[in-house]
Design a protein around this ligand. Structure first.
Ligand code: SF4
Length: 383
């Protein structure tokens, strides 16, 4: 019996960090075999370091977590609440969701967000495309088909988050974009030759409308680890893909990156460290290292003459797209041909327009959105 126990104990691998507990997982980022507690600790501590090293927040900030109900934003809400309490960041946290109006997808995922609201005891605000723009994504897809739907959705979502933030009096929106998402975006911008966006997409903090900052605390966090964290913590998240996603350009970039990763793991999951001892990834590092030659004309930032949102043209992209929809010309603002956004703006001006609310007219609707009463179990954020 003793020899069996000895053999069995020899087979049990101990966590390489604490050397006490049994290793139950191989960490994708480092390949280390570690126990559950040490995984939670390193995962959360790395995000804490990302926040502190980049001065993402200051005490008293009102922070909205862009919450979709998916794994990234659910883990973000969980980790930010944990870190805020553990390190006394002094943040006021909110959940901010966008209802794009996608039946069978967003309606279900918003139910998850509503449960998260109760589990994390955070106030929740939901803004909808229908209220803001007069169109749901279901209606837009009927009009434009499945080819350019994500362009509409992406442009509208960005504004919707900023509009919701102004309503909440928010200083800063955090989103769950992870290292894999950023690598995909870098690749897509390279393939499109969009140098202006390439420079911006790797930035950890960007500024939106009305001084609302936006940041990505998961910039150095890998998708596989987020999934692992959500799985081991048994977090309540929604994992179904959007019903309109199969034709998304991003999907092809994702597949390509996964193929690359299979032959070269550091394509996304870097296994080496830079001089600052941070793990680096080939693709994100490439995006950061791009330098724009002096003299290259870059778009100038101005405000949309119609709705007051930031724009690099007279009219912002959302106003141009909306006009196309309202006039039965959904390809307006999508087709590149020989037309420029300036031409599109002129074309839009010629006819009657349906305006969206001007940014300066947005009222701070409520100091704190009401919390729903429920018997749902609160999440235990201890290790
Ligand atoms: Fe919107 Fe496209 Fe994402 Fe669906 S896949 S939520 S349509 S951006």
């Amino acid at each position: 019996e003793r020899s069996f126990l000895t053999a069995a104990s020899n087979m049990v691998k101990l966590c390489v960090i604490c050397e006490t507990e049994r290793a139950v997982l191989k960490r994708p980022k480092t390949g280390q075999q570690i126990c559950r507690s040490c995984f939670y600790h390193v995962f959360e501590t790395e995000i804490h370091h990302t926040i502190v090293d980049n001065n993402l927040f200051k005490p008293g900030d009102r922070i909205a977590i862009g919450a979709s109900g998916g794994k990234d934003s659910t883990v973000l809400a969980h980790v930010l609440k944990t870190l805020n309490e553990r390190y006394n960041y002094g943040l006021e946290l909110y959940l901010l969701s966008v209802d794009e109006g996608i039946t069978g997808y967003r309606d279900d995922s918003l139910e998850t967000v509503k449960r998260n609201q109760q589990q994390y005891e955070l106030p929740l605000k939901i803004v909808s495309y229908s209220d803001l723009y007069g169109w749901t994504m279901d209606e837009i897809v009927k009009e434009v088909g499945l080819k350019n739907n994500c362009t509409f959705c992406g442009v509208f979502r960005r504004q919707a988050l900023d509009r919701g933030s102004v309503m909440l009096g928010i200083d800063h929106v955090v989103t769950g974009h992870n290292a894999d998402d950023i690598a995909e975006t870098v690749l897509m911008n390279i393939l499109r030759g969009d140098i202006a966006r390439l420079g911006r997409c790797t930035e950890i903090i960007t500024k939106g409308e009305s001084m609302v900052r936006r940041s990505k605390p998961f910039k150095y966090t890998y998708e596989k680890e987020i999934v692992m964290y959500a799985y081991f913590k048994k977090l309540d998240y929604f994992s179904t893909e959007c019903i309109y996603s199969p034709n998304a350009y991003r999907g092809y970039a994702r597949t390509f990156l996964k193929d690359l990763e299979a032959v070269r793991p550091s394509a996304i999951i870097g296994m080496y460290r830079d001089l600052l001892c941070r793990y680096r990834e080939d693709i994100i590092h490439s995006g950061e290292a791009f330098e724009i030659k002096t003299g290259v004309k870059m778009p100038e930032q101005q405000t949309c003459t119609r709705c007051g949102y930031i724009s690099s043209n007279e009219l912002c992209k959302a106003c141009v797209l909306l006009d196309g929809l309202n006039r039965g010309l959904p390809r307006l603002g999508i087709t590149r041909e020989q037309r420029t956004r300036h031409d599109e703006a002129k074309e839009v001006k010629k006819t009657g327009v349906t305006k969206i609310q001007h940014f300066s007219d947005i009222q701070r609707a409520e100091a704190t959105p009401p919390m729903a009463n429920s018997n749902i179990k609160k999440i235990d954020i201890s290790y």
